[in-house]
Design a protein around this ligand. Sequence first.
Ligand code: DC
Length: 238
Amino acid sequence: MDIAPKFRPFIVAIDGPAGSGKTTTAKALARDLGFIYVDTGAMYRAVALYAQRRGVSVDDREEVCGLLPDIDIRLERMDGEQHTLLNSENVEEFIRTQEMSRAASDISAIPCVREAMVELQRRAARGAMGAVLEGRDIGTVVFPDSPCKIFLVADASTRAQRRKLQLEEKGMDADFATILREIEERDRNDAAREHSPLRKAKDAIEVETTNTSIDEQVSMILGLVEKRIDQFQKGQTG
Ligand code: DC
């Protein structure tokens, strides 16, 4: 989809809780629209991994803030997939564990971490024709002026079932009851924190995905986004 130069980068903000289908949706949108894809959760996961490797507890906020100057995070496309580079090391396989999900949720509540990641996320979109960003605060904090915000919701057990399948596909252990408990804890953690909690932006379109297949979800949202881009460019150009 072509975006007139004066509207670039066109930002599509996809927010929602864990397992709501953000990743599949955001990747498909980016591919079909020819936009870049930015997985902002991967950045928090990389910070959490770095802290763990350095033996710094996520509860020690001051120490965590002190680590930030030593952390370089880059998201790069390799073989058609996005990979997370932490100080030039591809850490994709280490950041996707349940342990890192929990640690990323905890570390993302620390204001200095959020400030650094938000800056990185804004920079990642610079220079692109368009960008699809997925996270928790894209529509509320990172790009509050985005003309296209989607907020995905689904009930917790549906999300836990999806996460179980994803983990199994990667050959990881996956017990449904444990995943469900962790998803519920993470929901509480992400929505209750003081800084940039997970919440729907006033102008976001809420899409309930409990009873839709991922293919239906993606094609419905793609239709919504294309319409929005078209309306926005026409409205703005007059
Ligand atoms: O999307 P994810 O599951 O990979 O995100 C991991 C954690 O990172 C999530 O529990 C909360 C945090 N996060 C955040 O606070 N803000 C974002 N924009 C993205 C993720």
